[in-house]
Ligand binder design. Structure first.
Ligand SMILES: *[C@@H]1O[C@H](CO)[C@@H](O)[C@H](O)[C@H]1NC(C)=O
Length: 328
């Protein structure tokens, strides 16, 4: 039998939250505010780091890349989610669904590997400071970034390869805001038990594995710092606590969604909001409001922008003056 012939369903309905108008408006405000804050915050970080040569170090380049990825993460599902809130039939095409899953997993996978790279960066800076600049050379940074994106892409394509040809022949309601493998697979009209296991193994493994690598590396860094100096511990703790916060907020929901995906807890839907909207907007808050160097750099950028405007205004005045002279 050719599985492709079965596909009579070409659209899915996202259930979202079926609830009162008041709650829809509340959700609308919540999603919109978080989305705008996330985009502005992350773009500001990228802009500040790229434009300020004081921040041209591996750590900041990695942070800029994390922010860049976060703008991607929050843009995959959120705009449609906001748009859908007030639509009666929240339709998404099969292609749209597959596109969402592709980007969620590519970008999400890249972000996970990037977090490991950042932990490695901190480990080298704190535990092997003399080798830091040679280990984390610009070339190495670019290499590690390429690895992160490649792993993200492979992680995504491997899973998609198994689901693109699934036959759908009836059920078409996805009880969520956006498409993701656990709920999508359940709608297929064949037995998907082994497929569910495959997704769980892949997505579950990458989120659990990354989580443990990160936690172990943080513990390792803290133990190393404690052995060498008691004063350094406080400083290391304050740097790492930011990273650990991101990690817990990012991986907690992921692990619950993918490792117990097919019990389909109603909780999943709410946790999905975390990874789609809340976590990507938390990174700017954690990194910029706590980091003195970033704050100084932002002030410099702001001053530069102001003086640029001033000089533009003066130039245009001069230009107008010349025009009037010529005109006369
Ligand atoms: C990502 O990191 C690379 C290498 O360190 C850097 O050249 C690039 O500017 C960064 N990208 C962004 C968007 O910050």
């Amino acid at each position: 039998m050719d599985a492709g012939n079965h596909s009579v369903v070409s659209e899915f309905f996202l259930m979202g939250f079926a609830s009162s108008w008041e709650i829809q408006i509340l959700l609308f405000l919540f999603f919109t505010i978080f989305y705008i804050a996330s985009m502005l915050g992350n773009l500001l970080i990228v802009l500040t780091i790229i434009s300020d040569h004081h921040l041209h170090s591996p750590l900041y380049f990695l942070l800029a890349n994390l922010s860049f990825i976060d703008t991607g993460v929050s843009s995959i599902a959120t705009p449609k989610m906001i748009y859908d809130l007030f639509r009666k039939h929240k339709v998404i095409s099969l292609k749209g669904c597959i596109t969402q899953m592709f980007f969620i997993h590519t970008v999400g996978g890249a972000e996970m590997v990037l977090l490991i790279v950042m932990a490695y960066d901190r480990y080298t800076a704190i535990c092997k400071p003399l080798h830091y600049l040679t280990t984390m050379s610009p070339r190495m940074c670019i290499c590690l970034l390429a690895v992160a994106w490649t792993i993200g892409l492979i992680h995504s394509v491997v899973q998609l390869a198994f689901v693109v040809n699934l036959p759908f022949c009836g059920a078409n309601e996805i009880d969520s805001f956006y498409c993701d493998f656990p709920r999508f697979i359940k709608l297929a009209c064949i037995d998907t038990y082994s497929l569910q296991f495959l997704i769980m193994a892949n997505s579950g493994f990458i989120s659990m594995g990354t989580f443990f690598i990160l936690i172990v590396s943080y513990i390792f860094i803290l133990v190393t710092v404690r052995k060498h100096s008691s004063g350094g511990l406080a400083k290391a703790l304050s740097t790492l606590s930011a990273h650990i916060t991101v990690v817990v907020f990012f991986f907690g929901p992921c692990i619950i969604v993918y490792v117990w995906p097919f019990s389909t807890l109603p909780l999943d839907k709410f946790l999905a909001i975390f990874d789609a909207i809340i976590t990507p907007s938390m990174n700017p808050v954690i990194y910029t409001f706590r980091n003195k160097e970033m704050k100084v750099a932002m002030r410099r950028l702001f001053v530069k922008a102001l003086s640029f405007r001033k000089s533009r205004v003066m130039q245009s005045k001069k230009f107008r003056l010349i025009l009037t002279i010529i005109g006369n």
